[in-house]
Design a protein around this ligand. Sequence first.
Ligand SMILES: NC(=O)c1ccc[n+]([C@@H]2O[C@H](COP(=O)([O-])OP(=O)(O)OC[C@H]3O[C@@H](n4cnc5c(N)ncnc54)[C@H](OP(=O)(O)O)[C@@H]3O)[C@@H](O)[C@H]2O)c1
Length: 304
Amino acid sequence: MKRILITGSNGLLGQKTVELLSRTSYPLMLVSIESHSVFDKEIFPYRELDLTKRQNVRKIIDEFEPEVIVHTAAVTDVDLCEKERGLAWQVNVSAVENISYAAKLVGAKIIHLSTDYVFDGSNGPYSEIDRPNPISYYGRTKLASENVLLTSNVSSAILRTMVLYGTGIAVKPNFALWLYNNLSQKTPIKVVDDQFGNPTLVDDLALAILKIIELNKSGIYHVAGKDLVSRYEFALTLADVFKFNKKLITPVKSTTFKQPAPRPLKSGFITLKAETDLSLKMSGMERGITIFKNQLELLNSKNV
Ligand SMILES: NC(=O)c1ccc[n+]([C@@H]2O[C@H](COP(=O)([O-])OP(=O)(O)OC[C@H]3O[C@@H](n4cnc5c(N)ncnc54)[C@H](OP(=O)(O)O)[C@@H]3O)[C@@H](O)[C@H]2O)c1
């Protein structure tokens, strides 16, 4: 029975991965940087762990002896990475070195998460064999983290994904949550119509991780939602599904916002490899947003 350690278990993908893997019989160990887990500690063993602390990483991995490490933790705020480069490198690259060093000693496989920001967005959609060329510091750190694994002699699978959306306990606002928070309050918003990608329901990505574990796959996989759309199109579809007023959404160009980190504009993923190798069916926008809506309603009803 594979013992699985999940980093970033309080994050968006971390939570979904824990939820999904808890339906299997794999023994789990959760780690995240916060002092408390969002899950019941009695049911899911949890340790506070700053992954930039090499000795602590080694100690926990030595003790638990996982066969698989699902590494979801990262600094995911792209603009913060642009400004706080030392922090971005420490968490997104050095931590991966720490994990791979400890993983090698116990023979664990690493399932790592990366991003479409490794590409420049000049001619997406991209397949796994396209040449990365990051234009932001976040993208550079994530590409460097891939290279850490690819040169480490540790067995690994790298799942590149993009525009993750979903719900969870106290998760940071992702694009869909930001839209929901504003449109449900009838707040007018500006959304870019010149930035293209495949919005990805986080539940689908967690399923891809489970398939990687079960089928024991390695290498790079592009895992993203079925529809390649602009952010504006996604916002309109979300408004449709939630029956929000679409007139609240104004399309604008990316140059409207003075963001510290440049974004890949014409991005998108070709996901044929993941669909074929992992028998995955990725949700399109309408289905994904409907699932998101149902989960949000369930979460809100529990909070009442
Ligand atoms: N979100 C997206 O749209 C997207 C797109 C492409 C790829 N990805 C990749 O997918 C993965 C999961 O993303 P996500 O959206 O689930 O991220 P998330 O919600 O931001 O979760 C990441 C978690 O890592 C934690 N963390 C930060 N620094 C840490 C440290 N030093 N030690 C231990 N934990 C630390 C964060 O804690 P704090 O919240 O306290 O910082 C957070 O709980 C990441 O590798 C990301 O790069 C995400």
